[in-house]
Design a protein around this ligand. Sequence first.
Ligand code: COA
Length: 259
Amino acid sequence: MTTDTTKDILSHVEAGVMTITLNRLERKNSITAAMYGAMADALDAAAGDAAVRVVVLQGHETIFSAGNDIGDFLTKPPAGMDSPVFRFLRGIAAFPKPLIASVCGPAVGVGTTLLFHCDLVYAGDNAAFSMPFVNLGLCPEAASSLLVPQMLGYHRAAEALLLGEPFMAEAALEVGLVNRVLPPLEANGVAQGVARKLAAKPLSSLVETKRLMKKGQAALVLQQMDEEGKSFGRMLGEPAAKEAFGAFMEKRKPDFSRI
Ligand code: COA
């Protein structure tokens, strides 16, 4: 069964695996509110459908995601914690079944932070991860201010979150953010193979094992996400973000010297 949720998010279910594909190449798979909503709906459906045992989230072999669609964010900033972006973030954080990502090319902003909520991550050797929130006058989201220091250690996290510079697949493998680095054309196939392997296992054991591994900080993750969300929403309207986003739209370097 194939569902065209929006034309930019495709999802289909086969052999117990729901595959959600970011499919907006002309905008580098940047994510609009409608796309967040479609992915949140797909995750809700997957969580409640006994026919779905595993979810794979994938992009294209050249790009995973350029993060939030900046124009969409400017015209339709998230209005409160029930907005599509927060529904999606809570959806991946609390998703009860195995969640696998296949990442090739740039993974910017939420394109990287969502990976901290996935159980397994397969990366193309062209994957470039970045969390440039500071460069955009914003702050981390998706509980990344909690999860990135935990995984990378504080100093590497500070490099990733304060400088916002990209790090490549091999570095991500070294810190444990990805499970395997592969030729880009193989990443989606390997992720599917692993998903099918998991789908053949008893779902109740998968769900309980994941719950037990995550329960120690499940509440803390949601609380951090909430706090980040409030700051992020406020900062979107402040001068630094206005300058950063204005510069992006006008294709110039931002000037923070007077902010
Ligand atoms: N939101 C809206 N449009 C975006 C976008 C985004 N996050 N990222 C890319 N695009 C658009 C570009 O403006 C460009 O549009 P144009 O053809 O009308 O000029 C088109 O997608 C292609 O992008 P381009 O930058 O030319 O592709 P690239 O291959 O050289 O670089 C990226 C790819 C992802 C590295 C680069 O596009 C990028 O850094 N994007 C911004 C990422 C970002 O800051 N995201 C916000 C996180 S909160």
